[in-house]
Design a protein around this ligand. Structure first.
Ligand SMILES: NC(=O)c1ccc[n+]([C@@H]2O[C@H](COP(=O)([O-])OP(=O)(O)OC[C@H]3O[C@@H](n4cnc5c(N)ncnc54)[C@H](OP(=O)(O)O)[C@@H]3O)[C@@H](O)[C@H]2O)c1
Length: 429
C-alpha cells in the first residue's frame, strides 16, 4: 500500500530526502509493508534550479496543499528556522499527520510544546537528523541507553567550526582568513554567528542533554563561548603543547546539578576527539552501566542528513503498519538544578602580553599562588615594543580559582592584556 508523504522545503536536506526515498522505496515497503511516495513538495520558488528532478511530485508554494490534504499521512519538514516551520508542524500534527524534522533550532526552543501536541494526538514526531546529521544520537539516547544513568556528554557537534579549526591547525592561517575561505566554499554562512559564536552547538547540546539527563533544559542553561577569539598564535601554542583546539559541547550531571557548556578547548593529540576533523562530528557518552561510548560520523550534508530522516520515516511506517501510536514519552521527566562553570578541575592555558621588565613574572606567580593555582608549563617569548608574550599552562584548577586569578591579573599594571584563556582536556576520553 502506498503511503503519501508531503515534504515541506526542498533544499540541501529535502533534496537528499527525495533522492533517498526514491532509492529505497521498495526496500522500505518490504520492511514495513508500506510503500513511501512523496507526492507534494512545498518550496518558496518553484522555478529555482534544484539538484533533484521532479517526476510525479507536485511542487507547490501553498503549505495547505500538504497540511489539509487528508491523503497525506506523513509530513517531512526541511525548511529550517522557527517560522513558518513551527506553525506548519503544529498544523500538520493537529491534522493527524506524523511529522519528521531536522530542525534543531525549532526543537531546542519549542521542542517540548510540539512534543506535547504529538503525544496528545498520538502521533510520531521524530527528529534524529536534528543533531549530528547521519550519526544516530537521539534514538540511542532515547531508547538503547535508557537503562543507564548518563553522567557525561562531550563532543564536537558543529561542523562549520570544526572545519575552520581544522583548517587553522593544518595551514597556520588566522581565523578571519579561514572563515572567508569557508564562506566562499559554502561551508560557512555569510552571517556565521550561529556557528562561530557557539549557538548552533548550544542548541544541539540542549536537545541532547534534555534526553540524556531526562530533564528540562533551556538554551539559557548553556554557558556559551565561540571560536572568534582563537588566533593562529593559540593554534601554534596548542601544537607546541601537544594539543589541538576544538569547540566542545560538554554536558555533565554530577548527581546534584547539570553543567552545560560550549567552549573552545585544547584537546591533547592522544585524545580521540583530537582526530575528529573537518565537517565530521563525534559525541562521547558515559552511562553508569554501558561505560564509555563514542559516536562518530558525518554531521551534515544532503544524503547523510537524509539518512537519519529516512530512518525516522521507516520508524514511523513501522509504527503505522502495526498501529502503534508514538511509542515513548518524549518529554522531560524531571527538573534538575543547572550550574554554570565546570564541575571538575581542569588545566587551563593562559596567553598574556606583559611589559618586558624585571619582576612582572614574579607578580603573576604571586597571583597564581594566592589563588592556589600551580603552574605546569611556562613559555615566555618577546613579542614586540618591549612586550613579552607569556603562556602558562596550569595544573588542574577549579574554575572558581581561575576566575579569581583572572580578576587579579586584570588589575596588574604591568600586564597589558590577557589574550586568551582556554581549558584543556585530560589525555583520554
Ligand atoms: N544542511 C545540512 O547539512 C543540515 C544538517 C542537519 C540538519 N539540517 C537542518 O535541515 C533543515 C534544512 O536545511 P537545508 O540546509 O536543507 O536548508 P536549505 O537548503 O536552505 O533549504 C530550505 C528549503 O526550505 C524552503 N523554504 C524556506 N522558507 C520557506 C517558506 N517560507 N515557505 C516554503 N518553503 C520555504 C526553501 O525553498 P526554495 O528552495 O524555493 O528557496 C528550500 O527548499 C534546517 O532545519 C537545518 O538546520 C541541515
Amino acid at each position: 500500500m502506498d503511503i503519501k508523504i508531503g515534504l515541506l522545503g526542498c533544499g540541501t536536506v529535502g533534496g537528499g530526502v527525495v533522492e533517498l526515498i526514491r532509492m529505497r522505496a521498495d526496500k522500505i515497503a518490504a520492511m514495513t509493508g508500506l510503500h513511501p511516495v512523496i507526492t507534494d513538495v512545498l518550496v518558496r520558488d518553484p522555478d529555482k534550479k534544484r539538484n533533484v528532478t521532479f517526476e510525479h511530485e507536485l511542487l507547490t508554494t501553498n503549505a495547505n496543499d500538504i497540511i489539509q490534504n487528508d491523503e497525506i499521512k506523513v509530513v517531512i519538514e526541511t525548511i529550517g528556522g522557527i517560522e513558518p516551520a513551527k506553525t506548519m508542524i503544529l498544523a500538520a500534527l493537529r491534522a493527524g499527520k506524523h511529522v519528521i524534522t531536522a530542525n534543531k533550532d525549532l526543537i531546542a526552543l519549542h521542542g517540548p510544546e510540539i512534543m506535547e501536541v504529538a503525544e496528545q494526538e498520538k502521533l510520531d514526531f521524530l527528529y534524529e537528523a536534528a543533531v549530528g546529521g547521519a550519526i544516530p544520537l537521539i534514538r540511542p539516547l532515547k531508547e538503547s541507553l535508557t537503562a543507564n544513568e548518563i553522567s557525561d556528554l562531550k563532543g564536537i557537534i558543529n561542523g562549520t567550526t570544526n572545519y575552520i579549526l581544522t583548517k587553522m591547525t593544518e595551514s597556520g592561517a588566522n581565523y578571519e582568513e579561514v572563515l572567508r575561505e569557508a564562506q566562499e566554499l559554502g561551508y560557512a554562512e555569510s552571517n556565521p554567528s550561529s556557528d562561530v559564536d557557539g549557538l548552533d552547538a548550544a542548541r544541539k547540546l540542549t536537545i541532547l542533554a534534555s534526553i540524556a539527563f531526562g530533564t528540562k533544559v533551556s538554551l539559557d542553561d548553556v554557558k556559551v563561548d565561540g571560536i572568534r577569539s582563537i588566533t593562529a598564535a593559540d593554534v601554534a601554542y596548542a601544537h607546541e603543547l601537544g594539543a589541538v583546539i576544538k569547540l566542545l559541547a560538554v554536558g555533565k550531571d554530577d548527581g546534584h546539578a547539570l553543567y552545560l557548556q560550549v567552549r573552545p578547548t585544547m584537546v591533547p593529540k592522544a585524545h580521540p576527539l583530537a582526530h575528529v576533523n573537518d565537517a565530521f562530528n563525534a559525541l562521547f557518552v558515559h552511562g553508569d552501566a554501558a561505560g564509555d561510548l563514542m559516536f562518530f560520523g558525518r554531521g551534515a550534508g544532503s544524503l547523510p542528513t537524509a539518512s537519519a530522516m529516512v530512518g525516522d520515516v521507516i520508524e514511523t511506517l513501522r509504527n503505522m503498519s502495526m498501529a502503534i501510536p508514538s511509542r515513548f514519552r518524549t518529554g522531560p521527566v524531571t527538573t534538575k538544578a543547572v550550574k554554570k562553570g565546570s564541575p571538575e578541575p581542569l588545566r587551563y592555558y593562559l596567553r598574556m602580553h606583559a611589559k618586558d621588565r624585571p619582576g612582572v613574572f614574579a607578580h603573576i606567580a604571586t597571583i597564581f599562588s594566592n589563588a592556589e593555582i600551580s603552574m605546569e608549563t611556562v613559555l615566555q617569548k618577546r613579542a614586540h615594543d618591549n612586550q613579552a608574550e607569556i603562556v602558562i599552562v596550569t595544573h588542574e584548577t577549579p574554575s572558581g580559582s581561575i576566575e579569581s586569578a583572572i580578576l587579579q591579573l586584570n588589575d596588574l599594571n604591568d600586564l597589558l592584556e590577557i589574550k586568551n584563556v582556554i581549558p584543556m582536556e585530560k589525555g583520554d576520553a
